[in-house]
Design a protein around this ligand. Structure first.
Ligand code: FES
Length: 160
Protein backbone atom coordinates (compact mmCIF):
# COMPACT_ATOMS: atom_id res chain seq x y z
CA UNK A 1 0.00 0.00 0.00
CA UNK A 2 1.36 3.43 -0.88
CA UNK A 3 1.46 6.29 1.58
CA UNK A 4 1.05 9.97 0.88
CA UNK A 5 4.51 10.83 2.13
CA UNK A 6 6.24 8.15 0.09
CA UNK A 7 7.06 9.44 -3.36
CA UNK A 8 3.92 11.52 -3.27
CA UNK A 9 4.62 13.76 -6.26
CA UNK A 10 4.65 10.70 -8.52
CA UNK A 11 1.34 9.61 -7.04
CA UNK A 12 -0.17 13.07 -7.58
CA UNK A 13 1.04 13.00 -11.21
CA UNK A 14 -0.69 9.69 -11.69
CA UNK A 15 -3.89 11.03 -10.13
CA UNK A 16 -3.76 14.14 -12.33
CA UNK A 17 -3.63 11.85 -15.38
CA UNK A 18 -6.60 9.87 -14.15
CA UNK A 19 -8.61 13.04 -13.55
CA UNK A 20 -7.75 14.33 -17.02
CA UNK A 21 -8.83 11.05 -18.56
CA UNK A 22 -12.07 10.62 -16.60
CA UNK A 23 -13.33 14.10 -15.89
CA UNK A 24 -15.58 14.33 -18.95
CA UNK A 25 -17.43 11.11 -18.17
CA UNK A 26 -20.91 11.46 -16.78
CA UNK A 27 -20.71 11.68 -12.96
CA UNK A 28 -16.98 10.91 -12.80
CA UNK A 29 -16.40 11.85 -9.17
CA UNK A 30 -16.93 8.49 -7.50
CA UNK A 31 -14.82 6.67 -10.08
CA UNK A 32 -12.03 9.24 -9.72
CA UNK A 33 -12.12 8.99 -5.92
CA UNK A 34 -12.11 5.20 -6.12
CA UNK A 35 -8.96 5.27 -8.24
CA UNK A 36 -7.43 7.96 -6.01
CA UNK A 37 -7.95 5.63 -3.05
CA UNK A 38 -6.29 2.81 -4.98
CA UNK A 39 -3.31 5.06 -5.74
CA UNK A 40 -2.85 6.51 -2.24
CA UNK A 41 -4.36 3.72 -0.16
CA UNK A 42 -6.80 6.19 1.41
CA UNK A 43 -8.24 9.66 0.86
CA UNK A 44 -6.68 12.23 3.19
CA UNK A 45 -7.82 15.87 3.00
CA UNK A 46 -4.83 16.86 0.80
CA UNK A 47 -5.85 14.33 -1.85
CA UNK A 48 -9.47 15.52 -1.68
CA UNK A 49 -8.33 19.12 -2.13
CA UNK A 50 -6.19 18.13 -5.09
CA UNK A 51 -9.16 16.43 -6.78
CA UNK A 52 -11.38 19.44 -6.00
CA UNK A 53 -8.93 21.86 -7.55
CA UNK A 54 -8.34 19.78 -10.66
CA UNK A 55 -12.05 19.24 -11.22
CA UNK A 56 -13.02 22.80 -10.34
CA UNK A 57 -15.53 21.77 -7.68
CA UNK A 58 -15.70 22.70 -3.97
CA UNK A 59 -13.63 20.56 -1.60
CA UNK A 60 -16.72 20.36 0.62
CA UNK A 61 -18.52 18.40 -2.10
CA UNK A 62 -15.68 15.87 -2.26
CA UNK A 63 -15.66 15.60 1.53
CA UNK A 64 -19.42 14.97 1.48
CA UNK A 65 -19.00 12.08 -0.98
CA UNK A 66 -16.01 10.56 0.85
CA UNK A 67 -17.80 10.56 4.18
CA UNK A 68 -21.09 9.30 2.70
CA UNK A 69 -19.76 6.06 1.22
CA UNK A 70 -18.16 3.67 3.66
CA UNK A 71 -15.82 2.16 1.08
CA UNK A 72 -13.92 5.45 1.12
CA UNK A 73 -11.51 5.92 3.97
CA UNK A 74 -9.80 9.07 5.23
CA UNK A 75 -7.39 7.05 7.34
CA UNK A 76 -4.65 4.70 6.16
CA UNK A 77 -6.01 1.20 5.82
CA UNK A 78 -4.34 -2.03 6.81
CA UNK A 79 -2.65 -4.39 4.40
CA UNK A 80 -5.76 -6.58 4.68
CA UNK A 81 -9.34 -5.44 5.11
CA UNK A 82 -11.21 -7.84 7.34
CA UNK A 83 -14.87 -7.45 6.43
CA UNK A 84 -17.29 -8.87 8.96
CA UNK A 85 -20.71 -9.60 7.53
CA UNK A 86 -23.47 -7.87 9.48
CA UNK A 87 -26.29 -9.02 7.21
CA UNK A 88 -29.39 -10.50 8.83
CA UNK A 89 -28.37 -14.17 8.78
CA UNK A 90 -24.92 -13.43 10.20
CA UNK A 91 -26.32 -11.04 12.74
CA UNK A 92 -28.76 -13.64 14.03
CA UNK A 93 -26.05 -16.33 14.08
CA UNK A 94 -23.64 -14.26 16.14
CA UNK A 95 -21.94 -11.47 14.14
CA UNK A 96 -21.85 -9.20 17.23
CA UNK A 97 -19.95 -11.88 19.17
CA UNK A 98 -17.66 -12.47 16.18
CA UNK A 99 -16.91 -8.74 16.00
CA UNK A 100 -16.11 -8.78 19.70
CA UNK A 101 -13.75 -11.76 19.32
CA UNK A 102 -11.93 -10.13 16.41
CA UNK A 103 -11.76 -6.82 18.28
CA UNK A 104 -10.19 -8.55 21.28
CA UNK A 105 -7.77 -10.51 19.13
CA UNK A 106 -6.60 -7.49 17.10
CA UNK A 107 -7.01 -4.77 19.73
CA UNK A 108 -9.10 -2.57 17.41
CA UNK A 109 -12.72 -1.56 17.12
CA UNK A 110 -14.83 -1.60 13.97
CA UNK A 111 -13.38 0.76 11.33
CA UNK A 112 -9.95 0.87 12.96
CA UNK A 113 -6.58 -0.37 11.73
CA UNK A 114 -4.19 -2.44 13.82
CA UNK A 115 -1.03 -0.74 15.04
CA UNK A 116 1.15 -2.98 12.90
CA UNK A 117 -0.87 -1.93 9.81
CA UNK A 118 -1.88 -5.51 9.08
CA UNK A 119 -5.68 -5.36 9.36
CA UNK A 120 -8.51 -2.88 9.08
CA UNK A 121 -11.77 -4.22 10.47
CA UNK A 122 -14.92 -3.14 8.68
CA UNK A 123 -18.52 -4.24 8.35
CA UNK A 124 -20.25 -5.32 5.15
CA UNK A 125 -23.75 -6.37 4.20
CA UNK A 126 -24.58 -9.93 3.15
CA UNK A 127 -21.74 -11.46 1.15
CA UNK A 128 -23.91 -14.31 -0.15
CA UNK A 129 -22.59 -17.03 2.14
CA UNK A 130 -25.48 -17.03 4.62
CA UNK A 131 -25.38 -20.81 5.09
CA UNK A 132 -21.94 -20.33 6.67
CA UNK A 133 -23.06 -17.57 9.04
CA UNK A 134 -21.45 -15.88 10.88
CA UNK A 135 -18.97 -14.96 8.19
CA UNK A 136 -15.99 -12.73 7.65
CA UNK A 137 -14.03 -12.07 4.49
CA UNK A 138 -10.39 -11.23 3.94
CA UNK A 139 -9.58 -10.45 0.31
CA UNK A 140 -10.92 -13.36 -1.74
CA UNK A 141 -11.18 -15.68 1.27
CA UNK A 142 -14.46 -16.27 3.08
CA UNK A 143 -14.48 -17.82 6.55
CA UNK A 144 -17.70 -19.15 8.05
CA UNK A 145 -19.17 -20.74 11.16
CA UNK A 146 -16.64 -18.94 13.29
CA UNK A 147 -17.79 -19.63 16.81
CA UNK A 148 -14.69 -19.43 18.95
CA UNK A 149 -11.66 -17.30 19.51
CA UNK A 150 -9.15 -20.03 18.71
CA UNK A 151 -10.52 -20.27 15.18
CA UNK A 152 -10.29 -16.49 14.79
CA UNK A 153 -6.73 -16.53 16.06
CA UNK A 154 -5.70 -19.39 13.79
CA UNK A 155 -7.16 -17.72 10.67
CA UNK A 156 -5.67 -14.29 11.37
CA UNK A 157 -2.24 -15.84 11.89
CA UNK A 158 -2.27 -16.94 8.23
CA UNK A 159 -2.06 -13.31 7.09
CA UNK A 160 1.43 -11.94 7.46
S1 FES B 1 -25.96 -12.40 5.97
FE1 FES B 1 -23.86 -12.81 6.14
S2 FES B 1 -23.45 -13.92 4.36
FE2 FES B 1 -25.52 -13.45 4.16
Amino acid sequence: MASVTQDSSRLYDKLAEVIEEKKDLRNPLIEILRIAQEIFGYLPVEVQEFVAEKMGIPASKIYGVVTFYNFFSMKPRGKYTLNVCTGTACFVKGAPRLIQMIAEELGVQMGETTEDGRFTMSAVRCVGACSLAPVFVIGEDTFGRIDNKDKVKEILARYE
